[in-house]
Design a protein around this ligand. Structure first.
Ligand SMILES: *Cc1c(COP(=O)(O)O)cnc(C)c1O
Length: 220
């Protein structure tokens, strides 16, 4: 299957006015990203700052929107704020403070999501559910950060139905946080769902899906 066909298949299962498709381009070449652009992709996700630096430069002419979806180390924050319109992976006060600081240096208000570790087994990254409210409150005190929503990664499952509860709980946390903190319209992004489970994530309220393999094939 071509990238174009794959993008059509994934796009056909979502309502584009409610769900944004983020093509995950980690380990893909700039030429491959161009193919995805030709197939209609306008937002791409990278999981490493260093890998994105080069691609962003090579693909400047496309005007793509770049998202950071992977874990961010503090020593990469300075570069990250220059590259990414949305950082999905904020999971500590320390990291939030550093992003705020580096964003201020370049006069930017950085859009972020808090990554929440709902399933516990999928990844060691993400803030614990019990610490989510405190982190969200802290982010609210930082003038150069804008909290736009939550992100989660579900564990790998043969049957995506197994991870439906993870998506459902994340959606509930999202609603609860919005109500408790009286967050505004900018708090609208729920980033959840990957190649194997995005249809279930969308059913549970995802507004952004991060899809790599189902568009580009298996990474080598
Ligand atoms: C790699 C990656 C994806 C995409 O995974 P696929 O299974 O290839 O769709 C999504 N989100 C994150 C955080 C990733 O690192």
């Amino acid at each position: 299957m071509s990238i174009e066909q794959n993008v059509k298949i994934v796009s056909a299962t979502i309502n584009p006015s409610r769900v944004r498709l983020i093509a995950v381009t980690k380990m893909q070449t700039a030429a491959t990203v161009r193919e995805a652009f030709a197939a209609g992709i306008r937002t791409v996700g990278e999981n490493r700052v260093q890998e994105a630096v080069e691609k962003v430069a090579q693909l400047k002419d496309l005007g793509l929107e770049w998202h950071l979806i992977g874990h961010l180390q503090t020593n990469k924050v300075k570069t990250a704020v220059t590259l990414f319109s949305l950082i999905h992976s904020v999971d500590s006060m320390h990291l939030a403070a550093e992003i705020d600081h580096r964003a201020r240096d370049i006069d930017k208000v950085q859009d972020i999501l808090i990554q929440v570790n709902v399933s516990k087994e999928a990844t060691k990254n993400g803030v614990e559910v019990s610490e989510l409210l405190a982190l969200a409150n802290f982010v609210g005190t930082l003038p150069n950060l804008r909290l736009c929503g939550l992100m989660t990664i579900a564990p790998l499952a043969k049957d995506p139905e197994e991870v439906r509860p993870v998506f459902r709980e994340t959606r509930q946390l999202f609603e609860k946080l919005r109500a408790e903190l009286a967050l505004g319209n900018e708090f609208c992004c729920l980033s959840m769902g990957m190649s194997l489970d995005y249809p279930v994530a969308v059913e549970e309220g995802a507004t952004m899906i991060r899809v790599g393999t189902a568009i580009f094939g298996a990474r080598v």
